[in-house]
Design a protein around this ligand. Structure first.
Ligand SMILES: [Zn+2]
Length: 440
């Protein structure tokens, strides 16, 4: 419990330092360490100074009707740097993240070149430190060049501080490589994160294998392509004790497999994307390439199961799989030739709120608390507490809006033109306002 004395002290320090750049998040519903409270949050010198009532500061953001909690954390962002900065770079990706309420994101290693050595991981970390508006974590590839032939320099990347390994974009090709990776990572606490897709079943596929693909005459990617890799990985995890994370869960079968593994006590976690929580494969009926991604949009039964999985915690976290591509590679290329993937950072919170309408605590758990814990972002995903780090978001769960433009360098979003409910009003990273709705 905050004492009155510490609040008074905070106010006195402010009065004694009139030039200090203090910020008050005023009158929101706040996720504090005492539960949800109607309160003011005073931010000063990069930290939360106090949480209480009747506080004052030089700069005030009116949070009436809003939720105030830990900034969102994304375990699955493609920043395209190095190699494809015409799609996105760390600066534009950070701007998109801030606009979406994110204070920390984990950059996937499928850049060009892939992050598969200590030197490349260190270079990515160094570049990340140039970005002040969002904390950017670095993930490493499991196999050299993500090529699925030999292990990447896992020991070197571990020594550089990498704790998240994935061949995302593809599955880890064989059970042998997965087992060897688990052994190489040893007791480091590192997580192996899996893009579950059996490529022997998806080669040439454009969308979900089902009646819509048949109607359009397109090659499909069956649901079992996801299940087969998850089954394989769960068996390896059972034998080795691996810490396994399943990315972008898209099927009812996958949700059931993960629920069973958790019941068994395996160290498995999972994420779901805003698009898989929202859309089914009928969205592709008019051949709109903005709905093309891996894994593909599935059936309504799958969407419902993924929603239920997230709501009841079988799926631990929302992750965007923010995957920027240019207009030429998407809408101009058409559905069959277009690239896989959609952007997501700027619409994720709204999409989750629109699709699920979670209560405040569960919303922040899936968007902030759980992903921060899984990704090892120690200064993020914390309950709002005096003395704590000021990585915060102000989210208005009732504000209705329609996305039309983005801070991302790319605009390949399935949410363009879709009415959404809930919007980020402000994002605070290390005490500084990195985004404010209606601001510059
Ligand atoms: Zn993936």
């Amino acid at each position: 419990m905050e004492t009155g004395a510490s609040l008074q002290q905070a106010v006195r320090v402010l009065r004694d330092n009139p030039m200090s750049d203090s910020l008050l998040l005023s009158g929101g519903r706040v996720l504090t360490d005492r539960g949800v409270e109607q309160a003011d949050v005073l931010v000063r010198a990069g930290r939360i100074d106090a949480v209480g009532t009747g506080l004052d500061a030089e700069n005030v953001i009116d949070c009436t009707g809003c939720w105030v909690g830990p900034g969102f954390v994304d375990l699955h962002t493609h920043l395209r740097e190095p190699g494809q900065v015409h799609k996105e770079d760390m600066g534009s990706g950070a701007a998109a993240a801030a606009a979406g309420g994110y204070t920390a994101i984990l950059a996937m290693p499928n850049t060009i070149p892939a992050i598969d050595t200590a030197a490349r991981a260190e270079a990515a970390m160094q570049r990340s430190r140039d970005i002040s508006t969002v904390t950017i974590g670095t993930a490493g590839a499991v196999t050299a060049g993500r090529a699925g032939r030999t292990l990447a320099d896992l020991g070197g990347m571990l020594a550089a501080g990498v704790r998240w390994f994935t061949d995302d974009g593809d599955s880890i090709r064989t059970a042998g490589l997965l087992s060897a990776a688990v052994e190489a990572l040893g007791e480091s606490g590192a997580v192996i994160s899996e893009h579950a897709e059996d490529a022997s079943l998806t080669a040439g596929g454009v969308m979900h294998h089902g009646e819509v693909a048949a109607l359009l005459g397109l090659a499909g990617m069956p649901a079992m392509a996801e299940s087969l890799i998850i089954v394989r990985d769960l068996i390896v995890a059972r034998e080795t004790g691996a810490a396994l994370h399943i990315q972008h869960v898209s099927t009812e079968a996958a949700v059931e497999l993960i629920a069973g593994a958790k019941q068994e006590g395996l160290a498995v976690t999972a994420e779901a994307t805003p698009h898989h929580l929202t859309f089914d494969h009928t969205e592709l009926k008019n051949r709109d390439p903005r709905f093309k991604m891996k894994p593909p949009l599935r059936t309504q039964a799958d969407v419902t199961a993924v929603q239920a999985g997230l709501a009841d915690g079988v799926i631990d976290a929302v992750a965007t799989d923010h995957a920027p591509h240019t207009k030429r590679e998407t809408v101009e290329a058409g559905l069959e030739a277009g690239a896989f993937g959609v952007i997501g950072l700027e619409t994720a919170a709204a999409a989750v709120n629109t699709a699920l309408g979670l209560r405040l605590e569960a919303f922040f758990d899936r968007m902030s608390v759980a992903p921060a814990r899984l990704g090892g972002f120690d200064l993020h995903g914390r309950l709002v507490t005096g003395g704590g780090p000021a990585n915060l978001v102000v989210f208005d769960p009732a504000l209705e809006w329609v996305p039309t433009e983005f801070r991302s360098r790319s605009a390949n979003s399935p949410f363009i033109g879709r009415p959404m409910r809930g919007r980020v009003r402000a994002t605070i990273h290390e005490g500084a306002v990195t985004y404010q709705l209606g601001g510059s």
